[in-house]
Design a protein around this ligand. Structure first.
Ligand code: 13P
Length: 338
């Protein structure tokens, strides 16, 4: 393991004013996105869509890295260049989603899952590194519900996250550690705060037990928000304060950066929350974005399968807004101006 390299990669992933584009939708997930815009889910369309995103002029100013699905890592751009090579030529670090998805947890609570993909991971990581990947992602999913998440789900997922992270570091690949507490239930923000706190405590315990080098990871958590179905929705400042309260308690200062998932928040709200946290500032780690939907929704709609330039414009705008939020320099007026 090359600790210096891991540390440098992790720092580059959270460089000031930059964040990650999560474009690692599995074939099944991208099918749902394409269905909404009436685009058929076939390989040439997935290639054309990702080509549009990765050839957006100037997006590299705000984008430190892109998380790819395995198909894309080994795919070529429309101009015939390997996607990881194209990204690296712009100074954008290629990354790879390595988990095999959240599967029902045996003897877990209702709807609880454990993320699979550890078997054979060491060999796969070697292949991904050779293809240019310098960081990876593994997403664990925790559901808030009646009696959930259970201790079983929290511990099992934390254990798997740490096993994945240790394997990545052995291969000189920076692990993005993503324990996602879902935001779509009817819980209050207080419940989200308690659950996120419990989950992060367990995740960092496991990372410690399994000798993961904290200087060489990036944490990708949910924000502390009101569940989407909760009748009372906390405002931007409360979300920022409660999220920082949990993170400062649970995330050691050795971690170079935290890159949030958007988790179904609207584009603008995801930006506003990140911006509010960075405006509070004075934090031990960098705080940035690793958004999927909140970076791509507008671009996907504008593209619609054919309008490449419109798609690029929409992508660049969202990347820029989030780049500003990563510095605490975003302003709502900038959205209207655009
Ligand atoms: P969202 O920002 O759409 O939640 O996706 C981020 C991600 O990569 C989830 O694993």
């Amino acid at each position: 393991m090359n600790e210096k390299m891991l540390r440098e990669t992790a720092l580059a992933m959270v460089a000031p004013g930059k964040g990650l584009l999560a474009a690692d939708e599995s074939t099944a997930t991208i099918a749902k996105r394409f269905e909404k815009i009436g685009v058929e889910n076939i390989e040439p369309n997935r290639q054309a869509y990702r080509d549009m995103l990765f050839t957006t002029p100037g997006f590299e100013q705000y984008t430190s890295g892109v998380i790819l699905f395995e198909e894309t890592l080994f795919q070529k751009s429309l101009a015939g260049q390997a996607f990881p090579e194209l990204l690296a030529s712009k100074g954008v670090i290629p990354g790879i989603k390595v988990d095999k998805g959240a599967k029902p947890l045996a003897a877990g609570g209702p709807e609880e899952t454990v993320t699979e993909g550890l078997d054979g991971l060491r060999e796969r990581l070697e292949k991904y590194y050779a293809a240019g990947a310098r960081f990876a992602k593994w997403r664990a999913v925790l559901t808030i519900g009646d009696g959930t998440p259970s201790d079983n789900a929290i511990r099992t997922n934390a254990h798997a996250l740490a096993r994945y992270a240790a394997l990545c570091q052995e291969a000189n690949i920076v692990p993005i550690v993503e324990p996602e507490v879902l935001m779509d239930a009817d819980n209050t923000i207080q419940v989200c705060e308690q659950v996120t706190d419990r989950v992060l405590a367990e995740v960092f315990d496991e990372l410690y037990r399994q000798n993961v080098v904290l200087e060489g990871i990036v944490l990708k958590p949910n924000m502390v928000v009101s569940g989407a179905k909760c009748p009372t929705q906390a405002g931007v400042q409360e979300v920022a304060e409660r999220t920082l309260k949990v993170l400062t308690r649970r995330v050691p200062g050795a971690v170079p950066g935290i890159a949030f998932l958007s988790g179904g928040q609207s584009d603008e709200l995801a930006t506003a929350h990140l911006d509010a946290m960075n405006k509070i500032g004075n934090l031990p780690w960098k705080l940035t974005f690793s958004y999927g939907r909140a970076l791509q929704a507008a671009a996907l709609k504008a593209w619609g399968g054919k309008n490449v330039d419109a798609g690029k414009l929409a992508h660049l705008h969202r990347a820029k807004m989030n780049g500003l939020a990563a510095l605490g320099q975003w302003d709502k007026k900038l959205e209207k101006a655009a």
